[in-house]
Design a binder for this molecule. Structure first.
Ligand SMILES: CC(=O)N[C@@H](C)C(=O)N[C@@H](C)C(=O)O
Length: 664
């Protein structure tokens, strides 16, 4: 037994309570220290707690810097490096708090009646640009009692998965808040949602993201605008119906704005995000990464991570722009020449660079990274990636006590005609012995335009700990392998990618240690769609678990928060224009062929893949007399496996293990 050989125990679902997550590594302007967020799951409160920690770049033990029993996040150094601003829910809703590095308690800076979702320091350190839906800077004396709980809906986008769920009529705007006293002032206004404020180096202007097109109710445009910090009419920077732009950042001399995105708003996640540059006065943006054929966003999926979703950072000498790049299961840090030219790999390796920051002189970088056997740690290196050092060992003690399975990275032939090699990972079960044949679980990722990769995945490790081999792949449609590969599933959900998955399963069986009569399959979201699709097209799987799934594309169109644009683009038309295509590509159509015992896991407040998708599948299969069970998670959204209530996350994992133990 593994335990006898190694003295380590097997991983358990509840071990999610043992794993701390570090994220948002922010190096101080002088490069001496790194502030980061440490998040833990609180078993008693069935909730999350996070605090800001500091670690010296020279080394030494990290120290906890904020001590409230709350969720502190998004630490940002003042330009002089003498204090940190951060978000905290200590007073109820997320507001900005300030803490001096010289000591003393954190002080609440903002008291907006709505949460603050983002902020940025002005270059002179006197003001914060803040994003909130609030219409006043102070809370009302008394919260008004709602007149009714009845919801009146007039917009096509009336809900959004996760927080807040149902959208109200309020709009996100930019406010400026003086840091050392003085009245906040509202910078933008109107029937628009603004985000991602970025100060010009002079401090006179703020660039931001907005959709100010006349047809914004129906389109998915995302533009770059700029406004005087004192307020007034915003001016267009990179706008129009073909803009799908995010995360603006000014060049140090203030003449250019860089940002991420692409030129086909309706295509959303099915296009690589590129890095763009445009004259700060506005004009035609030029892509700096068109030759890279990769996304400059973090596209990797896992169930064990926290991320601040960083944007590009301009080096202070103006020569380089640092950005993440998703490449074949890894997320690397690159620097892109601002004037055009070859991108340079800075932080590479079999891992995910989760977030990153630069010291004020640009000589040092701090990152949080995730690896297959280590969910997260903070590292520092020089501007070119040399001299890398790990500053934290957050979960080292815990992982010294449990046995993990090291994923083997392989390329396996698709079963499609082209036999195209598909990138995959195989995990042997814990306690693996030569000559024994093991059950195999195929894990299928969602998106479809996301990717599995070189990161720690608790669910996979748990299956390996229970004696299953685990196979996960990046079939056609996945991110990280170029635009052509990414586009393969358009109008061909299930049809284009199932042969890749089956080819990979065949290739693993050929290795001789898999029992082909004991194959399991599971996945979430689009991975749930594929789980349904697979068991509707083959009986080779003995047990299946479909999670937050899609089963009926026609009803998904009208019930998912993204159905009317994402669904329409992915399938290629509306259900009333293409009824036959919608029927052909919906797993429900193949319900009569589904014989595999199926467990359906779904969150009741999932607005991405609404629970009606699970309900339809359940009733059809039940009526057909199949072995099927339906587990509903109340008060949870689509993100259950990653950010749900800790107790529900544990229960979800237990249900998966129970089903495979019974039927596989
Ligand atoms: C774009 C999008 O949200 N697609 C969903 C259907 C999906 O598959 N999401 C994945 C990433 C998930 O795991 O939730």
């Amino acid at each position: 037994m593994a335990e006898e050989r190694t003295g380590k125990r097997r991983l358990a679902p509840e071990d999610i309570y043992e794993i701390a997550l570090v994220s948002d590594a922010q190096i101080s302007p002088d490069g001496q220290r790194v502030a980061f967020v440490r998040t833990v799951l609180d078993r008693e409160r069935n909730d999350y707690r996070s605090s800001i920690w500091l670690v010296d770049v020279a080394g030494g033990e990290p120290v906890r810097f904020t001590t409230a029993d709350a969720r502190d996040s998004f630490p940002r150094w003042s330009p002089r490096g003498d204090r940190l601003a951060f978000l905290s829910n200590r007073s109820g809703k997320d507001q900005v708090w300030l803490i001096s590095l010289g000591g003393g308690e954190a002080q609440q800076l903002t008291r907006f009646p709505e949460p603050v979702t983002h902020f940025a320091w002005s270059p002179d350190g006197t003001t914060l640009a803040v994003v909130t839906k609030a219409e006043t800077a102070e809370p009302p004396e008394k919260e008004p009692e709602p007149e009714t709980d009845v919801v009146r809906i007039t917009r096509i986008r009336y809900r959004s998965d996760g927080t807040p769920g149902f959208l109200d009529e309020k709009r996100s705007h930019i406010w400026c808040v003086p840091v050392d006293g003085g009245r906040p002032w509202q910078v933008t206004s109107g029937d628009f949602d603004e985000s991602w404020p970025a100060w010009s180096p002079s401090g006179h202007e703020i660039a931001f993201v907005s959709n100010r097109t006349p047809d914004r109710e129906y389109n998915t445009v995302s533009e770059i605008w700029a406004v005087r910090a004192s307020g007034g009419e915003p001016r267009p920077v990179a706008t129009g119906d073909a803009a799908y732009f995010f995360k603006p950042v000014w060049s140090p001399d203030g003449t250019v704005l860089a940002f991420t995105g692409h030129r086909e708003p309706f295509a959303g996640s099915s296009r690589n995000h590129q890095l763009w540059a445009v004259a700060a006065g506005g004009g035609e943006p030029a892509s700096l990464t068109s030759a890279l054929d990769r996304s400059v966003e973090d596209e990797v999926l896992t169930d064990t991570a926290a991320s601040s979703k960083p944007g590009p950072i301009w080096a202070p000498d103006g020569r380089w722009i640092y950005t993440q790049v998703s490449d074949q299961g890894n997320v690397h840090l690159y620097r892109i020449p601002a004037g055009g030219g070859e991108p340079q790999l800075v932080v590479g390796g079999r891992r995910r660079v989760v977030d990153f920051s630069l010291s004020a002189d640009g000589s040092l970088i701090a990152c949080t990274v995730s690896e297959p056997l280590n969910p997260c740690d903070v590292i520092v290196c020089s501007a070119d990636g040399s001299g890398e050092r790990r500053l934290t060992r957050v979960n080292e003690e815990f992982f010294a006590t449990v046995e993990l399975s090291e994923p083997e990275e392989v390329w396996l032939p698709s079963a499609s005609e082209d036999r195209r090699p598909i990138h995959a990972w195989i995990m042997k079960p814990i306690g693996f012995r030569e000559g024994v044949r093991y059950p195999l679980v195929l894990e299928i990722h969602g998106g479809p335009h996301a990717m599995y990769g070189n990161v720690y995945f608790h669910e996979f490790q748990l299956l390996a700990a229970q004696g299953y081999a685990v196979l996960y792949t990046n079939p056609r449609g996945s991110q990280g392998y170029g635009q052509q590969f990414l586009s393969c599933t358009r109008g061909a959900w299930g049809e284009a990618d199932m042969p890749d998955l089956m080819g990979a399963v065949d290739a693993v069986i050929e290795r001789g240690y898999i029992d082909p009569s004991r194959l399991g399959v599971t996945g979430g979201s689009y991975g749930g769609f594929m789980t349904n699709w697979v068991i509707g097209h083959t009986d080779r799987f003995k047990a299946a678990v479909t999670q937050r799934c899609v089963s009926n594309l026609a009803s998904f169109y009208g019930t998912s928060d993204i159905g009317f644009h994402f669904g329409e683009h992915e399938i290629g038309g509306t259900p009333w224009e293409q009824p036959e295509l919608y029927r052909r590509l919906s797993p429900l159509t193949y319900a009569p062929q589904m014989k595999t015992p199926l467990l359906i896991l779904h969150s009741e407040q999932d607005y991405r893949c609404p629970i009606e998708q699970a309900e339809q599948l359940y009733v059809w299969l039940k009526k057909l007399g199949r072995t099927v069970e339906f587990v509903r998670f109340p008060d949870e959204s689509h993100g259950l496996s990653r950010s749900g209530k800790p107790k529900h996350r544990v229960e979800r994992l237990q249900h998966i293990l129970r089903w495979f133990a019974e039927y596989l």
